[in-house]
Design a protein around this ligand. Structure first.
Ligand SMILES: [Ca+2]
Length: 386
Protein backbone atom coordinates (compact mmCIF):
# COMPACT_ATOMS: atom_id res chain seq x y z
CA UNK A 1 0.00 0.00 0.00
CA UNK A 2 1.34 3.33 -0.99
CA UNK A 3 2.02 5.74 1.81
CA UNK A 4 0.50 9.15 1.49
CA UNK A 5 1.06 12.28 3.48
CA UNK A 6 -1.81 13.05 5.79
CA UNK A 7 -1.50 16.80 5.69
CA UNK A 8 -1.65 17.36 1.98
CA UNK A 9 -2.19 20.93 1.11
CA UNK A 10 -2.17 23.21 4.10
CA UNK A 11 1.45 24.10 3.75
CA UNK A 12 1.75 23.84 0.01
CA UNK A 13 1.76 27.49 -0.83
CA UNK A 14 4.12 28.49 1.89
CA UNK A 15 6.47 25.66 1.11
CA UNK A 16 6.51 26.13 -2.64
CA UNK A 17 7.30 29.78 -2.36
CA UNK A 18 9.33 29.49 0.78
CA UNK A 19 12.19 31.88 0.95
CA UNK A 20 15.47 31.03 2.43
CA UNK A 21 16.30 33.81 4.84
CA UNK A 22 19.91 32.81 4.67
CA UNK A 23 21.85 35.55 2.91
CA UNK A 24 24.87 34.41 0.97
CA UNK A 25 28.31 35.62 1.88
CA UNK A 26 30.33 37.09 -0.91
CA UNK A 27 31.40 34.42 -3.33
CA UNK A 28 29.66 31.57 -1.61
CA UNK A 29 26.87 29.32 -2.64
CA UNK A 30 23.67 29.56 -0.69
CA UNK A 31 22.29 26.59 1.19
CA UNK A 32 20.26 24.21 -0.92
CA UNK A 33 17.08 26.13 -1.75
CA UNK A 34 15.13 23.02 -2.75
CA UNK A 35 12.73 21.58 -0.22
CA UNK A 36 12.94 17.86 0.52
CA UNK A 37 15.56 17.33 -2.19
CA UNK A 38 16.90 13.97 -1.04
CA UNK A 39 13.67 11.98 -0.62
CA UNK A 40 14.40 11.29 3.03
CA UNK A 41 11.40 13.19 4.40
CA UNK A 42 7.84 12.22 3.58
CA UNK A 43 6.52 14.54 0.89
CA UNK A 44 3.71 17.00 1.00
CA UNK A 45 3.65 19.15 -2.10
CA UNK A 46 7.12 20.56 -2.19
CA UNK A 47 7.63 19.24 -5.71
CA UNK A 48 5.30 20.20 -8.52
CA UNK A 49 4.76 17.21 -10.77
CA UNK A 50 3.30 17.46 -14.25
CA UNK A 51 2.12 14.37 -16.09
CA UNK A 52 4.30 11.47 -15.16
CA UNK A 53 4.82 9.36 -12.12
CA UNK A 54 6.73 10.58 -9.10
CA UNK A 55 7.26 8.43 -6.08
CA UNK A 56 9.56 7.91 -3.16
CA UNK A 57 11.16 4.50 -2.79
CA UNK A 58 13.68 2.75 -0.60
CA UNK A 59 14.72 0.34 -3.34
CA UNK A 60 13.91 -0.42 -6.96
CA UNK A 61 15.08 -3.77 -8.26
CA UNK A 62 18.70 -3.88 -7.30
CA UNK A 63 18.96 -0.08 -7.02
CA UNK A 64 19.36 1.56 -3.64
CA UNK A 65 19.55 5.25 -2.61
CA UNK A 66 22.52 7.39 -3.48
CA UNK A 67 22.49 8.52 0.14
CA UNK A 68 20.17 7.86 3.03
CA UNK A 69 17.21 5.51 2.92
CA UNK A 70 15.06 6.87 0.11
CA UNK A 71 15.27 8.18 -3.45
CA UNK A 72 12.81 9.37 -6.09
CA UNK A 73 11.45 7.45 -9.04
CA UNK A 74 10.36 9.39 -12.13
CA UNK A 75 8.22 7.25 -14.42
CA UNK A 76 7.38 8.25 -17.96
CA UNK A 77 7.56 11.85 -19.15
CA UNK A 78 7.81 13.96 -16.02
CA UNK A 79 8.31 17.63 -15.33
CA UNK A 80 9.38 18.03 -11.74
CA UNK A 81 9.48 21.59 -10.46
CA UNK A 82 10.02 23.80 -7.46
CA UNK A 83 9.45 27.53 -7.35
CA UNK A 84 12.22 29.33 -5.52
CA UNK A 85 11.96 32.86 -4.20
CA UNK A 86 15.33 34.52 -4.63
CA UNK A 87 14.33 38.05 -3.65
CA UNK A 88 16.74 37.90 -0.71
CA UNK A 89 19.48 37.92 -3.33
CA UNK A 90 18.02 40.84 -5.30
CA UNK A 91 21.00 43.13 -4.89
CA UNK A 92 23.43 40.51 -6.19
CA UNK A 93 21.12 39.58 -9.02
CA UNK A 94 20.66 43.17 -10.12
CA UNK A 95 24.41 43.71 -10.12
CA UNK A 96 24.60 40.94 -12.69
CA UNK A 97 26.77 38.81 -10.45
CA UNK A 98 24.43 36.07 -9.42
CA UNK A 99 24.66 32.53 -10.68
CA UNK A 100 22.60 29.49 -9.92
CA UNK A 101 23.77 25.92 -9.74
CA UNK A 102 21.24 23.16 -10.27
CA UNK A 103 22.12 19.51 -9.97
CA UNK A 104 21.13 16.07 -8.90
CA UNK A 105 22.27 12.47 -8.85
CA UNK A 106 20.70 10.14 -11.40
CA UNK A 107 20.69 6.46 -12.17
CA UNK A 108 18.85 4.71 -14.97
CA UNK A 109 15.97 2.46 -14.12
CA UNK A 110 14.72 1.31 -17.53
CA UNK A 111 14.82 2.71 -21.05
CA UNK A 112 16.62 5.53 -22.85
CA UNK A 113 15.22 8.70 -21.28
CA UNK A 114 16.16 12.20 -22.38
CA UNK A 115 16.68 14.54 -19.46
CA UNK A 116 17.29 18.22 -18.95
CA UNK A 117 17.43 20.94 -16.37
CA UNK A 118 15.22 23.95 -17.13
CA UNK A 119 15.60 27.17 -15.16
CA UNK A 120 12.88 29.78 -15.68
CA UNK A 121 13.33 33.31 -14.41
CA UNK A 122 10.44 35.53 -13.30
CA UNK A 123 10.45 39.15 -12.16
CA UNK A 124 8.74 40.60 -9.10
CA UNK A 125 5.43 40.76 -10.98
CA UNK A 126 5.72 37.04 -11.64
CA UNK A 127 6.19 37.92 -15.30
CA UNK A 128 8.35 35.51 -17.27
CA UNK A 129 11.76 36.88 -18.17
CA UNK A 130 13.66 34.08 -19.88
CA UNK A 131 14.94 30.61 -19.28
CA UNK A 132 17.97 28.40 -19.53
CA UNK A 133 17.95 24.74 -20.39
CA UNK A 134 20.67 22.14 -20.40
CA UNK A 135 20.44 18.59 -21.66
CA UNK A 136 21.92 16.15 -19.20
CA UNK A 137 22.72 12.47 -19.18
CA UNK A 138 20.43 10.49 -16.90
CA UNK A 139 20.99 6.99 -18.23
CA UNK A 140 24.10 5.89 -16.36
CA UNK A 141 24.06 2.45 -14.78
CA UNK A 142 25.47 3.81 -11.54
CA UNK A 143 24.66 6.95 -9.56
CA UNK A 144 26.05 9.92 -11.49
CA UNK A 145 25.96 13.60 -10.63
CA UNK A 146 24.73 16.09 -13.22
CA UNK A 147 25.02 19.80 -12.71
CA UNK A 148 24.81 23.04 -14.59
CA UNK A 149 25.56 26.66 -13.67
CA UNK A 150 23.76 29.62 -15.22
CA UNK A 151 23.85 33.39 -14.82
CA UNK A 152 20.71 34.91 -13.32
CA UNK A 153 19.12 37.67 -15.46
CA UNK A 154 18.70 41.11 -13.91
CA UNK A 155 15.38 41.63 -12.21
CA UNK A 156 14.84 37.96 -11.34
CA UNK A 157 12.92 37.43 -8.12
CA UNK A 158 11.50 33.94 -8.54
CA UNK A 159 13.00 30.95 -10.27
CA UNK A 160 11.29 27.78 -11.33
CA UNK A 161 13.78 24.94 -11.27
CA UNK A 162 12.68 21.98 -13.36
CA UNK A 163 14.05 18.49 -13.84
CA UNK A 164 12.50 17.20 -17.06
CA UNK A 165 12.48 13.60 -18.21
CA UNK A 166 11.15 12.86 -21.69
CA UNK A 167 9.96 9.35 -22.39
CA UNK A 168 10.81 8.24 -25.90
CA UNK A 169 8.08 6.33 -27.71
CA UNK A 170 10.20 3.19 -27.62
CA UNK A 171 9.28 2.85 -23.97
CA UNK A 172 5.56 2.97 -24.50
CA UNK A 173 5.20 -0.75 -25.19
CA UNK A 174 2.98 -2.07 -28.00
CA UNK A 175 5.95 -3.28 -29.96
CA UNK A 176 7.25 -6.61 -31.10
CA UNK A 177 9.07 -6.67 -27.80
CA UNK A 178 5.96 -5.75 -25.88
CA UNK A 179 6.33 -8.60 -23.44
CA UNK A 180 9.79 -7.58 -22.44
CA UNK A 181 9.37 -3.86 -23.06
CA UNK A 182 8.55 -1.81 -19.99
CA UNK A 183 5.42 0.31 -19.91
CA UNK A 184 7.44 3.31 -18.83
CA UNK A 185 10.97 4.52 -18.75
CA UNK A 186 12.22 5.03 -15.24
CA UNK A 187 14.80 7.48 -14.02
CA UNK A 188 15.83 7.41 -10.39
CA UNK A 189 17.00 10.55 -8.68
CA UNK A 190 18.48 11.49 -5.32
CA UNK A 191 20.15 14.48 -3.67
CA UNK A 192 18.89 17.27 -5.91
CA UNK A 193 20.13 20.77 -5.22
CA UNK A 194 19.74 24.37 -6.24
CA UNK A 195 22.12 27.04 -5.01
CA UNK A 196 22.54 30.71 -5.79
CA UNK A 197 25.73 32.62 -5.23
CA UNK A 198 26.50 36.20 -4.61
CA UNK A 199 29.50 36.76 -6.83
CA UNK A 200 31.04 35.46 -9.98
CA UNK A 201 34.11 34.23 -8.13
CA UNK A 202 32.45 31.16 -6.73
CA UNK A 203 34.01 27.83 -7.67
CA UNK A 204 32.63 26.42 -10.88
CA UNK A 205 35.19 23.81 -11.92
CA UNK A 206 32.44 21.31 -12.47
CA UNK A 207 30.71 23.28 -15.16
CA UNK A 208 33.17 22.30 -17.88
CA UNK A 209 32.56 18.61 -17.17
CA UNK A 210 28.88 19.13 -17.62
CA UNK A 211 29.27 20.76 -20.97
CA UNK A 212 31.15 17.73 -22.27
CA UNK A 213 28.52 15.35 -21.07
CA UNK A 214 25.57 17.30 -22.28
CA UNK A 215 26.77 17.61 -25.84
CA UNK A 216 25.98 13.93 -26.32
CA UNK A 217 22.36 14.41 -25.56
CA UNK A 218 21.54 17.42 -27.62
CA UNK A 219 20.45 15.57 -30.73
CA UNK A 220 17.99 13.40 -28.90
CA UNK A 221 16.51 16.41 -27.24
CA UNK A 222 16.04 18.26 -30.52
CA UNK A 223 12.31 18.25 -31.18
CA UNK A 224 11.20 18.93 -27.69
CA UNK A 225 13.59 21.79 -27.21
CA UNK A 226 12.81 23.51 -30.47
CA UNK A 227 9.09 23.48 -29.74
CA UNK A 228 9.70 25.10 -26.44
CA UNK A 229 11.91 27.69 -27.95
CA UNK A 230 9.32 28.68 -30.50
CA UNK A 231 6.79 29.19 -27.81
CA UNK A 232 9.23 31.01 -25.69
CA UNK A 233 9.90 33.51 -28.44
CA UNK A 234 6.23 34.24 -28.88
CA UNK A 235 5.67 34.48 -25.22
CA UNK A 236 8.52 36.83 -24.59
CA UNK A 237 7.59 39.22 -27.34
CA UNK A 238 4.00 39.35 -26.14
CA UNK A 239 5.11 40.15 -22.67
CA UNK A 240 7.27 42.94 -23.86
CA UNK A 241 4.54 44.50 -25.93
CA UNK A 242 1.97 44.24 -23.25
CA UNK A 243 3.90 45.38 -20.29
CA UNK A 244 5.85 48.10 -21.97
CA UNK A 245 8.28 49.78 -19.65
CA UNK A 246 6.47 48.90 -16.48
CA UNK A 247 8.63 46.07 -15.38
CA UNK A 248 11.87 47.81 -16.26
CA UNK A 249 11.44 50.20 -13.42
CA UNK A 250 11.30 48.22 -10.25
CA UNK A 251 10.10 51.13 -8.13
CA UNK A 252 7.03 51.78 -10.22
CA UNK A 253 6.36 48.11 -10.66
CA UNK A 254 5.97 47.52 -6.97
CA UNK A 255 2.80 49.59 -6.93
CA UNK A 256 1.27 47.53 -9.72
CA UNK A 257 2.42 44.12 -8.62
CA UNK A 258 0.62 41.01 -9.75
CA UNK A 259 0.12 38.52 -6.99
CA UNK A 260 -1.21 35.04 -7.45
CA UNK A 261 -1.56 32.09 -5.21
CA UNK A 262 -3.58 28.93 -5.34
CA UNK A 263 -4.08 26.44 -2.59
CA UNK A 264 -6.35 23.47 -2.11
CA UNK A 265 -7.71 23.30 1.40
CA UNK A 266 -6.66 20.28 3.35
CA UNK A 267 -8.51 17.07 2.57
CA UNK A 268 -8.64 13.61 4.04
CA UNK A 269 -6.27 11.26 2.24
CA UNK A 270 -8.47 8.20 1.96
CA UNK A 271 -12.13 7.75 0.98
CA UNK A 272 -14.49 4.80 0.69
CA UNK A 273 -17.93 4.22 -0.80
CA UNK A 274 -20.51 6.54 0.70
CA UNK A 275 -17.97 9.14 1.81
CA UNK A 276 -18.58 12.71 0.74
CA UNK A 277 -15.59 14.19 -1.03
CA UNK A 278 -15.18 17.97 -0.96
CA UNK A 279 -12.39 19.79 -2.72
CA UNK A 280 -12.03 23.52 -2.11
CA UNK A 281 -9.62 25.85 -3.83
CA UNK A 282 -8.41 29.06 -2.23
CA UNK A 283 -7.75 31.60 -4.96
CA UNK A 284 -5.84 34.79 -4.48
CA UNK A 285 -5.32 36.78 -7.63
CA UNK A 286 -4.62 40.43 -8.23
CA UNK A 287 -3.26 41.45 -11.58
CA UNK A 288 -1.69 44.78 -12.28
CA UNK A 289 -3.23 45.48 -15.65
CA UNK A 290 -5.85 43.96 -17.90
CA UNK A 291 -3.01 42.68 -20.06
CA UNK A 292 -1.96 40.34 -17.31
CA UNK A 293 -5.26 38.51 -17.07
CA UNK A 294 -5.03 34.81 -16.46
CA UNK A 295 -7.04 31.63 -16.91
CA UNK A 296 -7.57 29.15 -14.11
CA UNK A 297 -6.92 25.52 -15.05
CA UNK A 298 -7.98 22.60 -12.89
CA UNK A 299 -7.04 19.08 -13.88
CA UNK A 300 -7.61 15.73 -12.25
CA UNK A 301 -5.23 12.87 -12.83
CA UNK A 302 -7.14 9.60 -12.62
CA UNK A 303 -5.82 6.29 -11.30
CA UNK A 304 -5.36 5.12 -14.90
CA UNK A 305 -3.11 8.10 -15.66
CA UNK A 306 -5.63 10.03 -17.78
CA UNK A 307 -6.06 13.74 -17.14
CA UNK A 308 -9.55 15.22 -16.91
CA UNK A 309 -9.95 18.97 -17.23
CA UNK A 310 -12.66 20.84 -15.42
CA UNK A 311 -14.56 22.95 -17.91
CA UNK A 312 -16.59 26.15 -17.96
CA UNK A 313 -19.57 24.21 -19.32
CA UNK A 314 -22.18 23.50 -16.65
CA UNK A 315 -23.39 20.37 -18.47
CA UNK A 316 -20.00 18.90 -19.18
CA UNK A 317 -17.97 19.60 -16.10
CA UNK A 318 -15.04 17.36 -17.11
CA UNK A 319 -13.35 16.81 -20.42
CA UNK A 320 -10.33 14.98 -21.74
CA UNK A 321 -9.70 18.01 -23.95
CA UNK A 322 -7.30 20.48 -22.33
CA UNK A 323 -9.15 23.69 -21.51
CA UNK A 324 -9.38 26.30 -18.77
CA UNK A 325 -11.89 26.10 -15.95
CA UNK A 326 -12.29 29.88 -15.83
CA UNK A 327 -11.09 32.39 -18.38
CA UNK A 328 -9.82 35.95 -18.35
CA UNK A 329 -9.59 36.55 -14.62
CA UNK A 330 -8.15 39.65 -13.07
CA UNK A 331 -9.05 39.87 -9.41
CA UNK A 332 -10.34 36.97 -7.43
CA UNK A 333 -9.93 36.35 -3.73
CA UNK A 334 -12.20 33.56 -2.79
CA UNK A 335 -12.50 30.01 -1.72
CA UNK A 336 -14.38 28.01 -4.30
CA UNK A 337 -15.77 24.53 -3.95
CA UNK A 338 -14.52 22.88 -7.11
CA UNK A 339 -15.79 19.38 -6.40
CA UNK A 340 -18.45 17.85 -4.22
CA UNK A 341 -19.57 14.29 -4.74
CA UNK A 342 -20.30 11.08 -2.96
CA UNK A 343 -17.93 8.21 -3.58
CA UNK A 344 -19.87 5.54 -5.48
CA UNK A 345 -18.83 2.03 -6.52
CA UNK A 346 -18.53 2.95 -10.21
CA UNK A 347 -15.58 5.29 -9.60
CA UNK A 348 -12.12 3.96 -10.34
CA UNK A 349 -10.21 2.99 -7.22
CA UNK A 350 -6.74 4.34 -6.66
CA UNK A 351 -4.88 7.62 -6.56
CA UNK A 352 -6.43 10.88 -7.71
CA UNK A 353 -4.30 14.00 -8.04
CA UNK A 354 -5.86 17.45 -8.39
CA UNK A 355 -3.93 20.29 -10.01
CA UNK A 356 -4.80 23.97 -10.18
CA UNK A 357 -2.76 26.69 -11.81
CA UNK A 358 -3.12 30.18 -13.18
CA UNK A 359 -1.93 30.50 -16.75
CA UNK A 360 -1.49 33.52 -18.94
CA UNK A 361 -4.77 34.18 -20.74
CA UNK A 362 -5.17 31.96 -23.79
CA UNK A 363 -2.14 29.77 -23.12
CA UNK A 364 -2.24 26.00 -22.83
CA UNK A 365 0.00 24.77 -20.01
CA UNK A 366 -0.05 21.27 -21.49
CA UNK A 367 2.00 22.58 -24.40
CA UNK A 368 4.39 24.71 -22.48
CA UNK A 369 5.12 25.74 -18.94
CA UNK A 370 6.03 29.22 -20.08
CA UNK A 371 2.58 30.68 -19.59
CA UNK A 372 2.30 29.55 -16.00
CA UNK A 373 1.61 32.49 -13.72
CA UNK A 374 1.32 30.94 -10.28
CA UNK A 375 2.36 28.06 -8.15
CA UNK A 376 0.79 24.76 -9.11
CA UNK A 377 -1.53 23.72 -6.33
CA UNK A 378 -1.66 19.97 -5.89
CA UNK A 379 -3.65 17.70 -3.65
CA UNK A 380 -4.02 13.95 -3.69
CA UNK A 381 -6.58 11.51 -2.43
CA UNK A 382 -7.09 7.77 -2.62
CA UNK A 383 -10.36 6.01 -3.24
CA UNK A 384 -9.97 2.77 -1.35
CA UNK A 385 -11.53 -0.63 -1.93
CA UNK A 386 -14.12 -1.35 0.69
CA1 LIG B 1 18.21 10.01 -0.33
Amino acid sequence: MKRLPTALMAAAMTSMLATSTFAADEGEWSPNLLLKPNAEAELDDEWGVWKGGFSRLSSYGSIFPHQGNFFFRLAGTVKLTQNINVSDYASFIDNGNAEVKIGSWFILGVGTPECSFIIQYYDENAAYLTEDSESIGCDAAKWTEQQTIKTVPLGTRTITAEIRVIEPTACAGNSFWADSMPEYCDVLLDDAYFHINSSSTAPDETSSDDEDETSNDEEGQGDETSNDEDEQDDETSNDEDEQGGETDDSDDASTTATTTSLDFTEVEALYYNGDLLLIDLVENLQVATRFQRVDLWIAIELPDGNLLFMTEEPFERFSLKPQPFKSSLDTNQNTHRVLEFEVVPSLLRGNYTFYAVYVKEGQNPMNSFLGVRSNIAITRIVLGND
